[in-house]
Design a protein around this ligand. Sequence first.
Ligand SMILES: Nc1ncnc2c1ncn2[C@@H]1O[C@H](COP(=O)(O)OP(=O)(O)OP(=O)(O)O)[C@@H](O)[C@H]1O
Ligand SMILES: [Mg+2]
Length: 346
Amino acid sequence: MSEDENIENQEQEPEEAPSPKKKYAFIEDIPGVGPATSQKLRDLGYHTVESLAMATARELEPVGVGEKKAFAIIEAARSAIGVNFIRADELLKMRQNVLRLTTGSQALDKIVAGGLETQTISEFYGEYGSGKSQICHQLCVNVQLPPERGGLNGAALYVDTENTFRLERIVQMSKHAGLDPEEAVKNIIYAEAFTSDHQMFLLENADEIIKANNIKLIIVDSLTAHFRSEYVGREMLAPRQQKLNKHMHKLIALARAFNTVAVVTNQVMAKPDVFFGDAVHPIGGHIVGHTSHTRIYLRRASRGPVRIARLVSSPYLPEGEEIFKVTENGIEDVSEEEKTSKSRGR
Ligand SMILES: Nc1ncnc2c1ncn2[C@@H]1O[C@H](COP(=O)(O)OP(=O)(O)OP(=O)(O)O)[C@@H](O)[C@H]1O
Ligand SMILES: [Mg+2]
């Protein structure tokens, strides 16, 4: 019997108990994952043990291994990276693994208790020109900084759906942050998504790139633009929401598996029937709202560089509002002098 057949035979025996302590480096190391299964897993976008650990048995259905074996594989992947039932005090330890990334503005950081968190999705929504993409660019630079400067010593993955990513801005911002711009641009992995399906495909196949490049920030700018333009009309609403939901869950799974910050941007729609409060709301409705853990609404203060950011929803923080500005240097605080001269000028 050839070695290959031997491995394939092993695939028939999911009962072979994976050792809970075992560290599997590659998906092929997991008992029961032979060449055929591993190829199918890779075709589905599961290239790493980390992403497999976040899969559901249903998602592995197309692999054709059967539910029981799918469970066994996922369980093995989970135990390999230490995701399982845990006691609440251990949960606390897990929370301590949450890292924070600075936005570049202390005021903006303040409304999110010190910076954007890893393991969850942060959403910036607002009208065009409100600064969503500018924040995304700045985060790509900041993530490269050391922790003492609010960074994560990591790289960024930028999924650009509107072709608004500008290297010139990265160069300006990284110079201002004291980084070598040539090095800084090397730490940004860029992908343009041409359609919503392509956008989904990119995330579904991102795990290996994330792992290999020490990605600590995943950006999808914009989350909803393609979906909004492709799925038009009432009858398209349900399929659109279903796809968006799947896409967001993939993003959460990646953010958890690799302890990265995940940021999405979103446009707003006018609410025709609102008389009080904000007459706009973000695209994507409840699906996007429930899956983005932190939502920040951005708007222009007046003409000029100043923007207002409001924390609209967070699992544990109170609503808050702060101002910052978008300048050639990037995202910055509005100085006290600027604040007072502004109010004097009024
Ligand atoms: N080099 C720069 N110097 C100063 N301000 C800049 C610079 N580049 C961009 N800006 C500011 O950022 C604004 C654009 O913001 P941004 O691209 O983040 O908008 P957005 O919220 O992503 O909008 P959209 O919904 O269209 O994607 C410009 O209108 C300008 O005010
Ligand atoms: Mg933009």
